[in-house]
Ligand binder design. Structure first.
Ligand code: MG
Length: 238
């Protein structure tokens, strides 16, 4: 499948016509090759709390707020929600371990893809569940003139977080467009679910260990194996 057929299917399903004015992009696993570090940091932090888990599980939780992820494990292993103090302490520990993993680098091809889309006149907005300040602060360095505080939705802006559509609905607002005027770029099933629930045409790049099928099942309109394949195909609609 190519992007034109995927758009045709989206239009038919929704009874409308996609008009690409804005790109809403996720951060981890799309703009940065940061997921291996997040997964490692989460697993080690929760293991230190006496919770059994392994790194691969965190690819399936990607997109949730820190609190959301912590409570899934607290409910499963401690039969209760974490207290606010525990959430703060555990998330701070995870953020610290993430930093100790080293510098997460931009995903191969992502900088040129964002520049190309921005240069074609599209609005570009970041929509991430991340509250990882060490990474958010690097955006202006690696993606200059693309993401500014006015064009970012982060963990600090939302109450519900992915897979709830709230972050993408806020992203639409920041971009000043309707759902059929935007395109989402995601890599995680929960992020795809959130974007799809917001009624937006959703492109997934499968940059982690999950199967392509998991992204299609979450509602992706089209799945690419990497950013370069996405960048190559999106040229058709720029
Ligand atoms: Mg992601």
């Amino acid at each position: 499948m190519d992007i034109l057929s995927a758009i045709k299917a989206y239009n038919q399903r929704n009874g409308l016509s996609l008009e690409f004015k804005a790109l809403l992009s996720d951060m981890d696993g799309v703009l940065y090759n940061s997921m291996p570090y997040h997964a490692k940091a989460w697993a080690e932090t929760l293991q230190a709390e006496g919770i059994e888990c392994d790194t691969r599980e965190f690819y399936a939780h990607e997109g949730r707020t820190g609190k959301g992820t912590i409570n899934i494990y607290f409910n499963k292993f401690k039969n209760r929600e974490a207290t606010e103090e525990e959430v703060q302490r555990i998330y701070a520990g995870k953020a610290q371990r993430f930093v100790e993993c080293g510098e997460a680098l931009p995903m191969q091809g992502a900088q040129s893809a964002m520049q190309m889309i921005k240069a074609s006149g599209k609005r570009v907005v970041l929509v991430t569940g991340s509250g990882q300040k060490s990474l958010l602060q690097k955006l202006s360095h690696h993606y200059p003139d693309i993401f500014t505080p006015e064009t970012m939705v982060t963990a600090f802006d939302v109450t519900k977080g992915k897979p709830h559509p709230e972050p993408y609905l806020m992203g639409l607002k920041k971009a000043g467009v309707e759902p059929h005027e935007a395109v989402v770029l995601e890599n995680a099933p929960l992020g795809v679910e959130a974007a799809s629930a917001a009624g937006i045409f959703t492109i997934a790049v499968n940059t982690g260990p999950l199967s392509e099928e998991e992204l299609y099942n979450a509602g992706a309109d089209i799945v690419y194996p990497n950013i370069e394949a996405f960048a190559n195909d999106i040229k058709k609609i720029l």
